[in-house]
Design a protein around this ligand. Structure first.
Ligand code: FAD
Ligand code: NAD
Length: 155
């Protein structure tokens, strides 16, 4: 199967957008990800899927903890920044929750310890055990067919 067909099909699954954050050796690293899902209620588990070529991959394997920051509609620039889509040297001021860096003013922040990892092709599924959650009232940032927002002009 052509990669393009697969990507176009997957892109028709409308999602929210998250930034994964972690800290290792006093350095904070963030990465935009939409491959996120809720997995289990007892224990409370979530999953993210990280490309082996991403810098985040090795950092998560070593830090053993991370936060999933679900972005609000006001945070498109943050998503583009942490996807490397903006060529800028921007300083981000992170907040801290449970000794984990998090993105300020996110819609939801979920702090996790790595519960297990599962190699899946060229990605690794990181299962996170949720240790803390904070939520805000706002609208989500959405992503569909490679575009932010769900206006009908994109459909
Ligand atoms: P880099 O490319 O080094 O970092 C990403 C960007 O974040 C760079 O611009 C860097 O300067 C900045 N940055 C990192 N840390 C800091 C910091 N402390 N302070 C300031 N800036 C910092 N890939 C996946 O593997 N899984 C997914 O689910 C996924 N979903 C995506 C969803 C969307 C909507 C988009 C647009 C991309 C998605 N990607 C996903 C691709 C992924 O976001 C990019 O490939 C990303 O560049 C990989 O990041 P990296 O860890 O290799 O680090
Ligand atoms: P796109 O056409 O490359 O991606 C469309 C959809 O295909 C994505 O939303 C995702 O569901 C899937 N996809 C893309 N690349 C993938 C990969 N390497 N592994 C597994 N699934 C993948 O364009 P876009 O949505 O505008 O994405 C922008 C950039 O971000 C691209 O470079 C893309 O590869 C990357 N991205 C990676 C993932 C991922 O690794 N899971 C997810 C989304 C976007």
């Amino acid at each position: 199967m052509e990669d393009r067909l697969f990507r176009d099909a997957m892109g028709k699954f409308a999602t929210g957008v998250t930034v994964i954050t972690t800290e290792i050796e006093n350095e904070v690293h963030g990465m935009t990800a939409n491959a996120f899902m809720s997995v289990s209620l007892d224990p409370k588990l979530i999953s993210i899927s990280i490309d082996e070529r991403a810098g985040m991959h090795g950092k998560l394997k070593h830090s053993g903890k991370f936060a999933v920051n679900i972005l609000s509609e006001k945070q498109q620039d943050i998503s583009m920044h942490f996807a490397g889509q903006k060529k800028e040297n921007r300083e981000i001021n992170f907040d801290w929750l449970k000794e984990t860096p998090v993105i300020k003013d996110s819609l939801v922040t979920i702090v996790c310890n790595v519960y297990s990892t599962h190699k899946a092709g060229d990605h690794t599924l990181f299962i996170g055990e949720v240790i803390h959650v904070e939520t805000n009232e706002d609208h989500p940032l959405t992503f569909y067919k490679g575009q932010y927002g769900l206006e009908t002009s994109h459909v």
